[in-house]
Design a protein around this ligand. Structure first.
Ligand code: ATP
Ligand code: MG
Length: 225
């Protein structure tokens, strides 16, 4: 098999900015592999792995987990996807993480979802997730077909332990101080693309149009949007 035209992207944005939702649409439309650091951590917690239990208190308090821990976790998965195009969601979250990633893989594009903090606070409290897949619903604007159940599997949805108002405030603080510098890092490398808005459904067509131009035609899945 000839491996060419690999596309490596990162999606960024404050907690609750729609990264999960936009990521699933991107992976469906463009056939990229999706890797979400938050989903990986939550899977570890659910499986009660040593790492998961160690990280749970950190996450529940709205703090970032240590750079070396998350990097080791991500790197193992990235190595498995070495020959695929991918989209990273939730990583890198600090400049140290971005530098570590750079030492192994070059990122082609960084999609930045720029959503006002006020919108986010309102959103997170009405968010429900399907843990195994990472699919996200919102009782206000993106409800599941049957209340409380995942559309695809019919399995129960849950609310995240870190979606309480106090923890959301702390996560937004962590985002401001630790993650916003990562945007500058990628801006200076010329790979940052920012999409501003308050509604995922309005931001998405712009992201779709942008990626349609960026991603090699050979990779695009028929019948996008
Ligand atoms: P959303 O899922 O709405 O985008 P979020 O960005 O806060 O919100 P996740 O990406 O799911 O949530 O991450 C949840 C938590 O997992 C974070 O608050 C943090 O504690 C931990 N975490 C996830 N990714 C990283 C990372 N790259 N570095 C450090 N901690 C991380
Ligand atoms: Mg997420």
């Amino acid at each position: 098999m000839v491996l060419r035209n690999l596309f490596r992207a990162v999606i960024m944005g404050p907690p609750g900015s729609g990264k999960g939702t936009v990521s699933s649409r991107i992976t469906e439309s463009f056939g990229l592999q999706h890797l979400s650091s938050g989903d990986m951590l939550r899977a570890n917690i659910k499986a009660k792995s040593e790492l998961g239990l160690l990280m749970k208190s950190c996450i529940d308090q709205g703090q970032l987990v240590p750079d070396d821990v998350i990097f080791r976790l991500i790197l193992a998965s990235l190595r498995e996807m070495e020959h695929s195009s991918w989209l990273l969601d939730g990583f890198p979250r600090t400049v140290t993480q971005a530098e570590s990633l750079d030492s192994v893989f070059t990122v082609d594009t960084v999609i930045n979802l720029d959503v006002p903090f006020q919108t986010i606070k309102e959103r997170l409290t009405s968010r429900w997730v399907h843990l195994p897949s990472g699919r996200v619903y919102n009782t206000d604007f993106n409800p599941p077909r049957i209340p409380g159940l995942d559309d695809v599997t019919g399995e129960p949805l849950t609310q995240r332990d870190d979606d309480t108002p106090e923890t959301v405030t702390r996560r937004l603080k962590a985002y401001e101080t630790q993650t916003q510098p990562v945007l500058e890092y990628y801006r200076s490398k010329g790979v940052l693309a920012t999409f501003t808005g308050t509604e995922t459904n309005k931001i998405w067509p712009h992201v779709h149009a942008f990626l349609t131009k960026k991603i090699p035609q050979s990779q695009q899945v028929q019948g996008g949007v």
